[in-house]
Structure formats: C-alpha cells, structure tokens
Unconditional design. Structure first.
Length: 550
C-alpha cells in the first residue's frame, strides 16, 4: 500500500524559490574590506540567479548534467552560482583555491568542467593551469582583476556582470529528479588523487533541513550567520542552503579571512552564528586578546574540520561569553555527522564532558564502530573502533570520471555499503561520539595505543604553546613512539621540553609522554585547514626537523 501524499521532488530550486519569496527581505552581505559592504536581498539573489542561469544556458551553452566550476571566495556572486547552476540541471563543482596546481588541474579535468567562474583576485591561481584544462570552454571573471593574464587563454573569457546584464529575472526551472547530481566536491585526501563526491538535490535538501534543527545549528530568520568555512569546503557545511531555507541572513567574508577583519566584521555586522575550522578561532582569540572587540552578538560558534582544543573553547566561553559547539563530518558526509550539544538539565560545568566530544548523531545518520577482528564494538563509551556511517546524505561511492561508473574502494566502503570514515573513536550509550584519532595517525607503542589528538589538545592547553601536532615515528624498542612538534606562543617566554614533558606527565601515564620534541614555526596544514601530518612525517624521515630526544 502506498501513501496518499503528493510526490514532490526535493530540489535546490525549491529552496531558491522559497527563500526569494518568503524570505525575500533577508540579506546576504559581502565584506569588502574598505567602505560599505555589498548588500543584496534574497529576492535580488533569486533574480540574479535566474539571470545567471539564462547566461549559462543561452550564451555559454550549458546543458543538463554539465559541470560548472567555481574558483571563488565566499561572496554574493558565489551564492548566486550555488543556486543557479544546480537549479537549471547542471552540476556545481566548487574548486578548492588552496590546492596545488597539479591537483587543481587534475580535479577540473576529472570532473570535465565546461565553465569556470573565477573571482578576479584569483586569476593568478587559474591562469597558469588554464592551458592544461582540457574541457574548459569558458571562463567567467567575477569582480575586478587583471584579465591580461588570460590573454593567451584558448577558452572564451566573459565578465560576470556583463553576462547577466539585460537577461530575464525569471527562469523556468526544470522539474528535476531529486536524485540527480546537484553539486560535487573533491576530498583533500592526504594520499593519492582527490576523490570526487557528488551530492544529489535530495541529499542537499535534507542536509539543509538538519542544519536548521535545534540539535544542529538551529538557524532561523532571526539569525545572521557568518560562514568563514569556505564555500568550496563541503558546500560551506550546508550553511548557504540552510540560510536560504530558514531566512537567516548571510554575512560573507570574501577574501578577508584574517583575524583582524573577522573581528571587525563581527563587531560591525553583528552576526548571531559563525562557523569555521579551529585554526580560524585560535587566531581570532589571539587578536581579541590583543585588541578587545565586542563579539557578544554571537549566540553560537560551530567548529569542525578538526577537534578544537578545550582551552580555546573555555577561553571563548569565559572571556567572551560565546559558546563553541563541536561538530564532526567530512566531505563524504555532506558534512554534518554529529553536533556536540549537551543534554538538557545540566549545569554549565556538567555540560563540558559532552561539549568536548564530537557530538551526537542526528536521526538520519546511523553509526557503528568496526573492531579489528571484524566485529562491532558496543556503545559503552570505552570500546574503540573505526567509525562507519550511513544515511541519506552520506556518500555511497566516489565519482569515477565522465562516462565512468562510480567507484567503491574496499578501504572506504564496507561490503554492505557503509562509509568507512578512517576515524577511530568510542560512542557513549546515549550516542555521543568521541574520536581518539585517525586510523592512520594513531600511535601503536609496545602494543598499546596512544592518541595523538589527546596529546595535541593537552599541549595546546599549556600557556606557552600556540599549536601542537604529534605524529608516530619508528622506534626500535617500541615499534612506534610519539614525536611532539610545537609552535610556541609569541611573547609567552621561554619553555623547555622538560617542562612540557612534566606538564603532560601530570595528566597522562608516563609511558604516553613523548621523548622526541621539535619546535616548528607553524604546523603544516591541508587545503581545508587540517593538520597535514604526512608533511611532518616526511620532514622527520628526511632529517630536516631539528629533533631533540630526551
């Protein structure tokens, strides 16, 4: 027996039409650095998205299923592409502007992008690789920039505003199958070529609804959200779609991602919510300590991409009255997998053990912990295993390339279709996830596991340490031992390795405390801001780290 409900596809065009009509006066504000920010209403975004769709279809010949790349900052024009491209039936491919040139070339060619929209300030990144982009027929330049670097480009070059000028402000959005491709992102995997994840209209729609729930970010028309997380990083964690769905305003930082301008825009534009990786918030905290500003407008800050040091979370709470909320996810999970909101009825101090976890699974994400022996670990908060997940916004395969079948590597997908995340952790009886390490980063010393994440968090709670990264290095006696690399906080004074060892020994079993230490100027990071430990391991193997053994 079937239901009597209407069968209406969940598509991005429905989010666009709803936001432009019901929340037409909500605004997207793009920070410009100097002078008045650029402001446009959601109604205007709806009109301009229609104009962009007409331009792509009528002028550039973009058809259903074609890939349109964007090499852009977080701004109003990027938001227009977010809605126009998938709503017309094409596929939005956000390009990571922090990828090295060879990987950027690889992902464009693998996705077979026909068009690239690029901010003028990013032309120096695109121009050198354009000769190697086999499928790109058109380049659309958004905003001012030196277009002379495209003089020898074989693709046709267009100016964004000129392309939109005079085109109709309404578009007959096609009725798409909700399972069709809407957008794609490539992982920032640390080994091999990046892997393509293709999101459906259905997955984006359901994910946006989850973002707006009170057990996630809880966005409403009373909010303005500041997505510092790049729009090329897993669809900015679903925030643009969720905001248009709920009517929350959007404050876009464009290229102004340094602590000082972020502090200025928060104080000036008064967002109620913001989202970014931990390194952004660490930098902002230091800037606020040096130059106090009023950021009390923030009711919540979402941190993901990596575990946030507890010391940073407490500092925002205690010095600024801003609660930091952990979230966990990955490119393959759209990315919302868990959010660390504590249970009701607890005192502020009783909430901390829950807030320091990665969070609780929403109803649409199922989870299990795979033990090395092929069994599944219980949810007892103690027994660790590799996290596997499945759900309506979880990837079931990777993009195989134009005309190719999807690929399902055995190391990434279980025989019964669950995503193997590569994260090792425990789950409490009430569904809170605590990650202890990446499977490839856990340190196996003398048959026992040492969590590199725990060591890093403890080190970063020391007043003299700004950042810390811990990696496993070979050891003749124990198999592996931890190497601690630290970035010292400016102006913190002298601190010895012996002092740091003693600090850890007060909080850990002595056998877990590293004997090998190095001070580094900064922790190398991936294109999405995560610690890039393979670089540190490579430096150690090459003998280019100044390591002290105690």
């Amino acid at each position: 027996m079937l239901s009597t409900m209407q069968d209406v596809p969940l598509t991005i065009s429905r989010i666009l039409r709803h936001g432009a009509a019901v929340h037409g006066t909500s605004r997207v504000t793009t920070w410009t650095g100097d002078g008045e920010p650029d402001r446009r209403t959601y109604r205007e975004v709806g009109v301009r998205s229609a104009q962009l769709a007409h331009a792509l279809a009528d002028e550039l010949g973009v058809e259903r299923g074609d890939r349109v790349g964007t090499l852009m900052w977080n701004n109003g024009e990027h938001l227009e592409a977010y809605f126009a491209v998938p709503s017309m039936g094409a596929v939005l491919h956000t390009l990571n502007l922090r990828l090295p040139a060879d990987q950027l070339t690889w992902v464009v060619n693998h996705a077979a992008d026909r068009v690239i929209l690029v901010n003028g300030t990013l032309l120096p990144l695109l121009a050198p690789v354009l000769p190697d982009l086999e499928s790109v027929e058109h380049v659309v330049v958004v905003g001012p920039g030196d277009t002379s670097v495209l003089a020898d480009c074989r693709a046709a070059v267009h100016e964004y505003e000129s392309l939109l000028d005079g085109r109709p402000g309404a578009y007959d959005w096609p009725e798409l199958d909700e399972r069709e491709a809407a957008a794609m992102c490539y992982t920032s995997g640390t080994t091999g070529d990046p892997k393509g994840v293709v999101y459906s209209h259905r997955s984006v729609y359901l994910h946006a609804m989850q973002v707006n729930t009170t057990e996630a970010m809880g966005l409403s028309a009373a909010d303005t959200t500041l997505p510092v997380v790049p729009m090329f990083h897993v669809n900015a964690w679903g925030i643009p779609h969720a905001a248009f769905m709920s009517g929350a305003g959007l404050l876009m930082p464009d290229r102004f991602l340094q602590p000082a301008p972020l502090a200025e825009m928060i104080e000036s534009e008064r967002p109620t919510h913001a989202a970014a990786v931990p390194t952004i918030w660490q930098g902002l905290l230091a800037d606020l300590d040096a130059k106090p500003r009023d950021i009390s407008c923030l009711r919540s800050v979402t941190i993901g991409g990596a575990a946030c040091p507890p010391s940073v979370m407490r500092a925002f709470d205690e010095r600024h009255g801003v609660p930091v909320v952990h979230a966990w996810g990955m490119t393959e999970t759209s990315p919302l997998g868990t959010v660390a909101l504590p249970p009701a009825g607890l005192s502020p101090e009783e909430q901390w053990p829950y807030r320091l976890t990665q969070g609780r699974f929403p109803a649409s994400v199922e989870a299990r912990l795979a033990a090395p022996d092929g069994t599944f670990a219980p949810w007892d908060g103690e027994t660790a295993g590799e996290l596997e997940v499945r759900g309506p916004w979880i990837a079931g395969a990777y993009y195989g390339g134009a005309g190719e079948e999807p690929v399902r590597p055995e190391d990434k997908f279980s025989p019964d279709g669950w995503l193997r995340t590569g994260d090792v952790g425990v789950i409490s009886p009430d569904g809170y996830l605590t990650l202890t390490d990446r499977a490839k980063d856990v340190i196996k010393s003398g048959g026992e596991w040492i969590s590199s994440v725990q060591l890093e968090n403890l080190l970063m709670s020391h007043e003299a340490v700004a950042e810390a990264a811990v990696v496993a290095v070979p050891d003749e006696k124990w198999g592996e031992r931890p190497l601690a690399t630290v970035v010292l906080r400016e102006g913190a004074g002298e601190v010895s390795y012996e002092e740091l060892r003693a600090f850890l020994a007060e909080r850990l079993a002595r056998w877990q405390v590293p004997e090998r230490w190095a001070v580094i100027p900064e922790v190398p990071k991936t294109s999405v801001g995560k610690f890039d430990k393979k670089v540190l391991r490579g430096h150690y193997a090459a003998g280019t780290l100044d390591v002290t053994s105690l």
